[in-house]
Design a protein around this ligand. Sequence first.
Ligand code: MRU
Length: 339
Amino acid sequence: MKTIEFKDGRVVLIDQTLLPLELKYIECDSAECIAEAVENLRIRGAPAIGVAAAFGLALTALQNSRESRERILSELEKSSERLKKTRPTAVNLFWALDRVMEKARNSNNVVEAVVKESLRIYREDIDTNEKIGEYGAALIEDGDVILTHCNAGALATAGFGTALGVIRAAQQKGRKIKVFADETRPLLQGARLTAFELVQEGIPVTVITDSTAAFVMKNYGVTKIIVGADRIAANGDAANKIGTYGVAVLAKEHKIPFYVAAPLSTIDLGISSGEKIPIEFRNKKEIEFFNEKRTAASGAEILNPAFDVTPHKYITGIITEKGVLGAPFEKSIKRAFKS
Ligand code: MRU
């Protein structure tokens, strides 16, 4: 199963809105098609959004390959602006687009440079996740009971996953582990996607409602929490799917280590603290209706933030491709970027 792939001049990706009922691939031949897929969460998860956006630029470059260098660059700028408007929180989106655009601007063969750089971002992401898995697996002990929130798996990346990459790597090393997956309201990435991936891997997984997290921490021997991130500030504050902050506070009360697994491309050194991380607010219909059936009384106001920020004081460690970073995060993050 490949989350996303660049194949014969097209981008092939799993439509994640249909999982777990249907494993259907869609093909995009334009940046607009990628933008629509990102906006509607057909592809989601910070690293996967970054890869998809980079591929979106590759499609624009290929579509305009017969045009002048200036024209190709101007079309790329337009596509980049459009893709940047899709989702505000995951910094990987902006990181990937800026990285590809810089290569484009500094190259005489723009099309080749853009395609190559997008493929490099794709391959690097898989490699990075495997390293995160290696470092993270060293923290996992036989018998661990791990709780995760949302989906930070192969489906959220180019492959292997970050938080689920750690779990996957630990299982491959023979550790016997059990996972609790928060269902992750309102779009159920935990129940639909995390459980789907773990069942496929043969890793025991129990889906719980988000509000059951405290109950299982108290009564079901949860030993570790591992989640992904969409953007981490320079001081270690980490934005992730709405509900993560609550899980972190509960973890502290129950003295359970709380880890964030993320590549350095998710760390935004330009943002000093979590307060400055832009939070996406999504359509109120996601909460007002369930399977097209109204579940919230009409007339009630709806608040639907897609992410929240966990202050760094709740985070035991950030598992990256450069190792596990600990407090004080400002220093360990800087060191990781230099190494
Ligand atoms: O709204 P989503 O599904 O894109 O949110 C995804 C998450 O919150 C993930 O935990 C995060 O992007 C890390 S993915 C490795």
